[in-house]
Design a protein around this ligand. Structure first.
Ligand code: THG
Length: 374
C-alpha cells in the first residue's frame, strides 16, 4: 500500500566511489542502490521476496564494499585501537575480529565496526556509515600516537546463507569450515589476495571475502559465482527483512545522535573495566549507573497489512501518549506481519504492551515484543 518510493537515476560523480564489484552487479541486473560511506550499495535485483528466500534457504552473494576498512598501523596501533574501542581489545588475538560499539566522549554511538586484528601492529576497523577515518586521525594526533591511519584498498564481498559453507569451502578448501565466528585468515586465490572471515550481517551463517586488490573485483565475483552454481547462488544485498527478524542493528537507521550502546542491545559488547582514557567509557559508566532512557524492542503490527518502509522514524503511542519510535519497517515473509524495531522509553514500555503506530497519516494497532523476532 501507499505506493513504492520513486526511483531516480544517479548522476556520475567522483564523490561517489565505485565498488570494485560495481560492473559485476550491473551485469547481474541490479535495480536499486543506497548510499553508504560515499559509495553505492546494491539494494535490489528486482525481486525482494526471491532474494529473501535465497538467503534463508540457499546462498547469496552481496557487494558490501561499502564496509570500508580503516587501517591503523604502527608502534601505537594497538593503543589507538583500544582508546577508540570501549571493549577489552587485549583479549582479541591476531586472526580474530570483535564487534565494537564505537562511542564519542559522551558515550553516544558513532559507529559499530567489526575490528579485525590483522597483526600486532595492524588493525582494520570495518565500519558502518560514518566517517571514522577523520575521527581516528584526529584522536591519534591529539594523543600523539605513532601510527598511520588510512582507508585501505579492501572491499568485502559477502557470501551468506545456509549453503555458504559449501560454496566458500569449494573455493578455498575445507579449512574454512573450522573458522569460528569473526575469525579470519589471509589467503590468495588465483592471484587475488583475500581475507576470508566468518561473518556477515545476517543470522543465516556465512563469510565475508575481503578483497585486497580493487582491480580484481570482477575476477573474484566471477569465481564465487562459478563455484556457487551447484548451490544456485544469486546476487543479493544486506537484507532489510532478515536483519530485522534477526535483531541486527543498522547504525544511523536505528540510532540517532543521542543513542548509546545500552539503549540498542549492545551492552554485551561493552567493557566498562578498561582504562579511563578509552573514549566514552567514563560517560558510559555514568549512563549505566543512571539507567539508559530508552531500550530497543520489536514492534509487530496487527493483521496482514503491508506498510511501506519510511524515510522517517514513526511515532509509537501507548494509551494515547508518545512513548518512542519505530525506526524501521519491513514485511516479514516468515511471520507474515509488518515488523520493525521500537526505540522506546524504558520506564514506560515493556514487551507485551499494546501500542499504536502512526504511519502515513494512519494509526496501526501493534504490540511490543522482545528481540530478536526469530
Ligand atoms: N560486515 C563488515 N563490516 C561491517 C558490517 C558488515 N561493519 C559495519 C556493520 N556491518 C556492523 N554491524 C554488524 C552488526 C552485527 C553483527 C555484525 C555486524 C553480528 N552480530 C552477531 C549478533 O549480534 O548476534 C554476533 C556478534 C558477536 O557475538 O560478537 O554478526 O556486515 N565486514
Amino acid at each position: 500500500m501507499f505506493g513504492g518510493l520513486a526511483l531516480f537515476g544517479i548522476a556520475p560523480s567522483t564523490r561517489l566511489r565505485p565498488s570494485p564489484f560495481y560492473f559485476s552487479t550491473v551485469d547481474e541486473g541490479v535495480k536499486s542502490f543506497t548510499t553508504y560511506n560515499h559509495m553505492l550499495m546494491p539494494t535490489s535485483y528486482g525481486n525482494a521476496e526471491e532474494e529473501y528466500w535465497r538467503l534463508i534457504h540457499g546462498v547469496a552473494m552481496w557487494d558490501v564494499a561499502v564496509e570500508r576498512q580503516i587501517q591503523i598501523t604502527g608502534p601505537d596501533a594497538a593503543r589507538l585501537t583500544q582508546v577508540l574501542c570501549p571493549r577489552r581489545m587485549d583479549k582479541c588475538k591476531v586472526g580474530q575480529g570483535k564487534y565494537v560499539a564505537l562511542c564519542n566522549h559522551n558515550g553516544t554511538l558513532i559507529n559499530d565496526p567489526i575490528v579485525l586484528k590483522m597483526d600486532e601492529q595492524r588493525f582494520w576497523l570495518s565500519i558502518a556509515d560514518s566517517n571514522i577515518l577523520f575521527w581516528a586521525r584526529a584522536i591519534a594526533h591529539e594523543r600523539k600516537f605513532n601510527v598511520s591511519v588510512v582507508e585501505a584498498d579492501v572491499s568485502p564481498l559477502a557470501v551468506q546463507g545456509p549453503k555458504s559453507d559449501d560454496v566458500v569451502a569449494e573455493i578455498f578448501g575445507d579449512w574454512v569450515r573450522d573458522l569460528r565466528y569473526f575469525w579470519f585468515r589471509e589467503t590468495e586465490i588465483e592471484g587475488i589476495p583475500v581475507t576470508v572471515a566468518r561473518s556477515g550481517w545476517s543470522k543465516q551463517g556465512g563469510f565475508e571475502l575481503y578483497l585486497q586488490d580493487g582491480t580484481k573485483g570482477a575476477q573474484l565475483w566471477d569465481l564465487v559465482k562459478e563455484a556457487g552454481k551447484r548451490w544456485d547462488i544469486g546476487p543479493g544485498n544486506p537484507n532489510p527483512t532478515e536483519r530485522v527478524e534477526s535483531g541486527l542493528l543498522s547504525w544511523g537507521g536505528d540510532t540517532d545522535d543521542q543513542t548509546n550502546p545500552f539503549e540498542v542491545g549492545l551492552e554485551p559488547y561493552v567493557d566498562l573495566d578498561v582504562d579511563d582514557d578509552v573514549i566514552g567509557v567514563p560517560a558510559l559508566r555514568r549512563i549505566k549507573a543512571e539507567g539508559p532512557k530508552r531500550h530497543l524492542l520489536g514492534v509487530m503490527l496487527d493483521g496482514e497489512e503491508q506498510v511501506d518502509p519510511s524515510f522517517h522514524w514513526l511515532t509509537v503511542f501507548k494509551e494515547g501518549l508518545p512513548v518512542g519510535h519505530m525506526t524501521n519497517v519491513t514485511w516479514s515473509y516468515r511471520l507474515e506481519r509488518t515488523i520493525g524495531f521500537g526505540l522506546m522509553q524504558r520506564t514506560e514500555t515493556e514487551a507485551g504492551d499494546r501500542v499504536t503506530v502512526q504511519a502515513y497519516g494512519d494509526l496501526f494497532d501493534a504490540k511490543l515484543v522482545e528481540l530478536p523476532f526469530i
